[in-house]
Design a protein around this ligand. Structure first.
Ligand SMILES: Cc1cc2nc3c(=O)[nH]c(=O)nc-3n(C[C@H](O)[C@H](O)[C@H](O)COP(=O)(O)OP(=O)(O)OC[C@H]3O[C@@H](n4cnc5c(N)ncnc54)[C@H](O)[C@@H]3O)c2cc1C
Length: 447
């Protein structure tokens, strides 16, 4: 089913349909009229940030890099050594079993288990000798589709866009959510058709946001960042930088927004335009596809990334896959932790369930077997304070908060906000805390 067909069943307004259609085509080489795009919307709607609403999105303080940094710090605290700028050239295999990797430059690292989180075409067609793999698996990976057409545009702004529909350059509610450019499903479809015919969209669509309205760590006071996730350029642009075409495409994208916010062009201090070639060269996103592979029906569930190998194993013993090209991906997702065979202890806590993912579920943290290294708080804002306090009381040294940390109701005048109360709890207990969108707006740093 296409996302257009699905939305036609439920809505009349072209603008409402356009806003909802974007989740059906984001990162996808298919327009809203293409069959299969209704699934893509479902894919983006089953996740949640822990506030009780499916399909919600959040901003991690410090940007997505802060998530990677938090994971790194957590691993280092447990004794892991993390090496960056150390590209793996080859996976070492002996008698059908992974024994380590060889880095570019020749250094060998030996290990009983190798986990790859890079694109499957890189791992299985470049890093592993094909003679080690079944021929049908190699053929599946060769056929794996990674087309894209995404162009990321980052703008540094001297002031917020002054939208004529709701004027003002002070932070307004409309600056805090998605700032979409897609006037109707037809507008979005046309952008895809342009790219399919080999040219950058005349009027691209954009899934925009302004994270600096929440996160003061990203830019100096008064400066804003506007992040535009846009589509489409031809997927073939992955083959060369296409710098001039990308700059012209970005001009057209900014023109679209400037029609609605006339101060935008004058407010731009700097811009960065990242196309498929740059994404492949710099981030290892083959084809520029943000999900390490298209979310088409033939590349999902038991076929992600290949039939028979959708359980995070690979044809080589001891070589596991953990990338976005496995089931659960694309996107940033934590479902693989248990399914991927994580051997550490995990203790679900929820008074309403006896069992979660096959594990016994405990009514409260105090009743869970301890000690815990990390509390993952995927609870509504209203329950957050009590749960963080319970984690602190149980001596848990770190927590990840998947919630916005916004007060369910405004606190009485002069009383600290929920974010501030959480911060104090964490600081008093000496806990390291990661996550919480509103955290940044009321504090200068995390604990
Ligand atoms: C512009 C953009 C916007 C996005 N927006 C969202 C969003 O809003 N929400 C969401 O959920 N997802 C989003 N995504 C998708 C999400 O970022 C990815 O699905 C996710 O990062 C994939 O995680 P991963 O660990 O599988 O792979 P990656 O994050 O791609 O990590 C793979 C790593 O392997 C490294 N690597 C490659 N080759 C080698 C080698 N030979 N040796 C060693 N290392 C190597 C790469 O440099 C990279 O650091 C977005 C992606 C992009 C590009």
């Amino acid at each position: 089913m296409s996302i257009s067909d699905l939305l036609d069943d439920w809505f009349e307004s072209e603008q409402v349909k356009a806003g909802l259609a974007i989740n059906g085509v984001i990162g996808t080489w298919a327009g809203p009229d293409s069959p299969g795009t209704a699934y893509v919307m479902a894919h983006h709607s089953i996740g949640d940030v822990g506030d009780g609403h499916l399909g919600n999105w959040g901003f991690p303080e410090g940007g997505m890099g802060a998530v990677a940094d938090a994971i790194r710090r957590s691993a280092e605290e447990r004794g892991a050594t993390v090496r960056t700028r150390a590209p793996v050239e080859r996976v070492l295999v002996s008698e059908g079993r992974a024994t380590g990797v060889v880095l570019r430059g020749g250094e060998e690292l030996h290990a009983p288990v190798v986990v790859t989180a890079v694109h499957p075409k890189i791992t299985f067609l470049e890093q592993v000798d094909r003679a080690e793999l079944p021929a049908d698996f190699v053929a599946d990976i060769q056929r794996w589709k990674s087309r894209s057409g995404v162009v990321k545009i980052n703008l540094a702004l001297a002031e917020l866009p002054n939208f004529s529909a709701d004027p003002g350059t002070e932070v307004g509610e409309h600056h805090t959510g998605a700032v979409e450019m897609g006037l109707s499903p037809g507008y979005i479809e046309q952008a895809f058709q342009d790219a399919k015919q080999g040219r950058g969209a005349a009027r691209p669509f954009s899934d925009g946001c302004i994270p600096t309205v929440f996160d003061k760590t990203l830019a100096p006071e008064g400066i804003h960042i506007m992040s535009l996730f846009t589509q489409w350029c031809p997927h073939e642009w992955v083959e060369a930088p296409h710098t001039e075409e990308l700059e012209a495409y970005a001009d057209r994208m900014i023109d679209c927004y400037a029609d609605l916010a006339s101060n935008l062009k004058g407010a731009i201090l700097h811009r960065e335009v990242i196309g498929p070639w740059q994404m492949e060269q710099e981030y290892g996103l083959v084809g520029g596809n943000i999900f390490h592979g298209e979310l088409s029906a033939d590349q999902l569930f038991h076929m992600r990334p290949a039939p028979g190998y959708a359980d995070y194993r690979s044809p080589i013993a001891g070589l596991y896959q953990a990338s976005s090209a496995t089931h659960g991906g694309g996107g940033v997702c934590g479902a693989q932790l248990l399914q991927g065979g994580y051997r550490g202890a995990v203790h679900p806590v929820n008074p309403r369930y006896r069992e979660v993912l096959g594990l016994p579920c405990h009514p409260s943290l105090a009743e869970a077997p301890g000690p815990a290294d990390l509390a993952v708080l995927a609870v509504p804002n209203a329950a957050l304070e009590a749960q963080l306090a319970a984690a602190a009381a149980a001596g848990v040294p770190a927590a990840v908060i998947f919630a916005s940390c916004q007060d369910p109701a405004p606190p009485p005048a002069g009383e600290p906000s929920l974010a501030e109360r959480l911060r104090r709890t964490a600081v008093d207990a000496g806990m390291a805390v990661c996550g919480g969108t509103a955290w940044a707006s009321s504090t200068s740093s995390t604990a």
